[in-house]
Structure formats: C-alpha cells, structure tokens
Design a protein around this ligand. Structure first.
Ligand code: GLU
Length: 394
C-alpha cells in the first residue's frame, strides 16, 4: 500500500544528491570511490567567516531570527548587490533563506499557478524542473548545443513563449555547463521579453564569483527587466559554505513580501549563527576568495587537458562554475566492459562501477547526451579519476 501523496510519488529524487549519496554508501562499503558528483568546494570556510560564527555563538545569537533575515544581513546584501552587480535594492526587497534552493522554491511557490509554463534553457540545474513540478506548473525546455556553448538564442526564446508562459529561469555562470551569458547576449534576450510583460525572470547567480574572466552580468541590471526579475544568490559556492545554508534574493518588494509569508509558514528565518557569519562573508572584499577561484581555474585546465587525451569526449571550455559537461554520445550503442551503453545514465553508471568515479548523468539537467563532472576536488583525485576513466574506455 502506498500512502504517500501523488505529489511526492511523482517527484524525482535530486540526481546530484542521489549520486553523492550512492558514492558515500559505496565508500562506506570499502570501495575506493572518487566522487566528482557534487558541486561543492573542497576548501574549508575561510577563517574570518568561522571567527564571525564563533563570536555569534559567544554573543548568544540563539533566538528565532526575523523570517526575512537579520536587518544587518539584509543591509550587507544590499551593499553587496550595489558593489558587485550595480543593483539598487533596499532591505525591504531582500529575503534571506536556508540556501538558494529555498529561495528558488519560495519564488516558484509564490508566482506559479497550476498550468503555468516555466521556461528552462537547457542544460539547467536538476532542481529547477522539480521545483516547477511541485507547483503543478509545466516546465518547458529550450535546448542548446555544445557547439553553441550551451546558450540559447533570442529566436529560440521567442519560439518557446506561449500565452501560458509565466517565468523563465536563467542561470549564469551555469550549472552544469559553466557557460556565462555576456551583457550583450542578455540584452538581446531581454528585447524578446520586453514584448511579453507578464513573464517573470529568475536570475540564479550563485556561481557569480566562480568566473574565469567573462564579466558577470546581472539580468536585473537591464532597466526594463528590473521590476520583474528576482536575483538569487548565496554564499555556498563562493565562500565554501555549502553546509551553512544561506541564500538570498533581491526582488520587487511585493514578491519579497510574498516569499517572507511563504517562508514564515514553512521554515521561519534562517539559522542565526550562519546569518552572522554571512555578514562577515559579504562585507569582506571579493579578493579574499580569489585563491579558491584561481585553484578552480587550474583544475579546469587540468581536467580539460587530461580529458582531451581520451577519445570520444566532446568538450567545450567552461567559463565559470566548477563543472565540465562533456557530450558522451560517441559511446552510445557500444558495449564497454560488458555494459551496453545506450544513454548518458548507462555511461555514468559504467564510470561508477568500472572506474569507481561518481559523475552525474546529463538527463537530470535536460541534456541527455552529456554527463557532469565536478572538478571541485583535489588535483590528486582529479588526476586519479581521469586515469581510471581512461583505463576503462581504452
Ligand atoms: N548545487 C549543487 C550541485 O548541483 C549541490 C547539490 C544540489 O543541491 O543539487 O551539485
């Protein structure tokens, strides 16, 4: 007997988290697994942020927090938006949440009605489609190709819009492709949206600082888009604070208010200590975290170089985030080490079973020809993982 709701029964498990859990379980069983599945910096949270958290504990920050976040943090977020993104927000437009994932879920819950359509330029992060589905909205993929550097064109956007389109989710730098939309490209997409005033834009900028040279551009900076764009960000990726769970939005005030109302019924305000630590993170100069970005760039170049030595991977050059997203369709239809490879999931499982390397299948990201490899891992592990993959494929 299945007593669970239709809602949960039809919800797919997060592919990123599932693969990470599987890798953890195999390790526990004694297997020598290298996990390149999760998008999680392998650095420690910087000392100055940890110090701020310790101080908060000592100063007895232990009570419930305001649902939308401490006012000092919201002010720090406003300054950050101004400093890094040239965006003007006031604290009443900011909502702090338990991770950017909750920020996105809040926005979807407050804007989407059953039957609304949400445009997802593919590839897209695995939880976008699930979050839209939870709101009984329909997600509509806009495909892209590795040849187009995994970016969509204004023509594709125009074609995907219907009278039911309510939102579009942009994500640059992109998880999983690492692609970054330039200002010019975003302005061209905005031109299309200008003709459709009822479409809202969620701009997920969580990888903003993991950027190897293309100038980051915030969608809300386009004046005609500001009033219907929700800018999402957080501290997880840039500050190696994934487990601290702090995300935030800058949004039109009426949307921020609605998100606060939603959050007030579900989780209340985010963790008190993590919020105090986040103030320290955001107030510090961005140069404080550049050592991590530099290291990610070295690893990207290493991974690309080593993977190019293996026949069959089609690669683009990711400009940000910490993933490579090779097209592996060359291997489809082949049998490798006794495993028939018919799709990216088969390929990803082959790497797990025969090379002991955990990756994530592209299906979950709306790109069924690809797999995602996270290079947020030590150089030693990356070298070893690719050596093992090469052995299995040759
Ligand atoms: N966002 C990260 C990833 O894509 C963390 C896991 C998740 O929440 O999906 O790997």
């Amino acid at each position: 007997m299945n007593f669970l709701s239709d809602r949960i029964n039809s919800l797919p498990t997060s592919a990123t988290l599932a693969m990470a859990a599987m890798a953890r379980e195999l390790k526990k069983q004694g297997k020598d697994i290298i996990s390149l599945s999760l998008g999680e910096p392998d650095f420690n949270t910087p000392e100055f942020i940890k110090d701020a958290a310790i101080k908060a504990v000592q100063e007895n920050y232990n009570s419930y927090t305001p649902v939308d976040g401490y006012v000092e943090l919201k002010e720090a977020v406003c300054l950050k938006f101004k400093r890094d993104n040239e965006l003007e927000y006031t604290p009443s437009q900011i909502v702090v949440s338990t991770g950017a994932k909750q920020s996105i879920a809040n926005i979807a819950q407050v804007l989407l009605n059953p039957g609304d359509e949400v445009l997802l330029p593919a590839p897209y992060w695995v939880s976008y489609s699930a979050i839209a589905t939870l709101c009984e909205a329909k997600f509509v993929e806009i495909p892209s190709t590795i040849e187009a550097n995994f970016k969509i064109t204004p023509e594709q956007l125009e074609k995907a819009i219907t009278p039911k389109t309510k939102m579009i989710f942009f994500n640059s730098p992109n998880n999983p492709s690492g692609s970054i939309y330039t200002e010019k490209e975003y302005i061209a997409l905005a031109k299309v949206l200008e003709n459709h005033p009822n479409i809202f834009i969620l701009s997920d900028e969580i990888y903003e600082h993991i950027n190897y040279g293309t100038k980051h551009f915030s969608f809300a900076k386009i004046p005609s888009m500001y009033d219907r764009t929700i800018t999402v960000n957080g501290v997880a990726k840039a500050f190696a604070m994934t487990g601290w769970r702090i995300g935030y939005i800058g949004a039109p005030e009426w949307i921020a208010k609605a998100c606060t109302k939603m959050q007030g019924q579900i989780t209340s305000g985010a963790n008190c200590i993590a919020q105090r630590a986040t103030i320290a993170a955001l107030e510090a100069p961005v140069s404080n975290i550049q050592y991590m970005v530099k290291e990610f760039l070295n690893r990207r170049d290493l991974v690309l170089k080593l993977m190019k030595e293996i026949d069959g991977f089609k690669l683009n050059i990711p400009e940000g985030a910490f993933y490579v997203f090779p097209d592996v369709s060359f291997f489809f239809g082949k049998t490798i080490k006794g495993h028939p490879i018919n799709n990216a999931s088969d390929f990803s499982m082959l790497l797990l079973q025969e090379a002991n390397v955990a990756t994530v299948t592209g299906d979950a990201f709306g790109a069924p020809n690809c797999i995602r490899i996270s290079y947020a891992a030590s150089e030693e592990n990356l070298r070893e993982a690719i050596k093992k993959i090469k052995r299995v494929l040759s």
